[in-house]
Design a protein around this ligand. Structure first.
Ligand code: RTP
Ligand code: MG
Length: 137
C-alpha cells in the first residue's frame, strides 16, 4: 500500500553534515521516492502547530527552541508502507536505545537532538503534510 509521510531532518542533522547520509538511506529503500523537499528554517508558529501534542511537557520549550535553531530539511516521502518504514529506519526516540543500523542508533546520543522526525500514523502524516506543505496534495 503506497503512502506519503512527512519527514524532517532536524537542525543537528544539517549542522553535522548528515543530510546526504540520511537521504541516501531513504532513497535506497526499494520503491520509495521523495515527493517534495526543501531546506527551511522553521518558525515558532509552525513548530507550535507541529508539536501541539507535547505542549506543557518539560521538554517542549527546549525542543521548539532547538528545532528553530537552524535550517531543517523538510520532505514528503512516498512509497510502500513508508510511514512505518521511516519510523523503523529512524529508530526509537532515545538514540542510546536505538539499534545500530538505524539513523538514531548510528549517529545520535542526545534524546532531543535525534536527527530525524517522521510521522507516526496515517492521520499524523495527513496533519503534518498540511502544516509543512499546505499547497501540496
Ligand atoms: P518525532 O515525533 O520527532 O519523530 O519523535 P518521536 O515520536 O520519536 O518522539 P516524541 O515523543 O514525539 O517527541 C518528539 C521529539 O521531542 C524530543 N524529545 N525530547 N525527554 C526529552 O528530552 C525529549 N523527549 C522527546 C525529541 O526530539 C523527539 O523526537
Ligand atoms: Mg512523535
Amino acid at each position: 500500500m503506497s503512502q506519503r509521510t512527512l519527514v524532517l531532518l532536524k537542525p543537528d542533522a544539517v549542522r553535522r553534515g548528515l543530510v546526504g547520509e540520511i537521504i541516501g538511506r531513504i532513497e535506497r529503500k526499494a520503491g520509495w521516492s521523495i515527493a517534495a523537499m526543501e531546506l527551511r528554517t522553521l518558525d515558532r508558529a509552525t513548530l507550535e502547530q507541529h508539536y501541539a501534542e507535547h505542549e506543557g511537557r518539560p521538554f517542549y520549550e527546549p525542543l521548539v527552541e532547538f528545532m528553530a535553531s537552524g535550517p531543517s530539511v523538510v520532505m514528503v516521502v512516498e512509497g510502500e508502507r513508508v510511514i512505518e518504514g521511516i519510523r523503523a529506519l529512524a529508530g526509537p526516540t532515545d538514540p542510546i536505545a536505538a539499534a545500530p543500523g538505524s539513523v538514531r542508533g548510528d549517529f545520535g546520543t542526545i534524546v532531543r537532538e535525534n536527527l530525524i522526525h517522521a510521522s507516526d500514523s496515517e492521520e499524523s502524516a495527513q496533519r503534518e503534510m498540511k502544516i509543512f506543505f499546505p499547497s501540496f496534495s
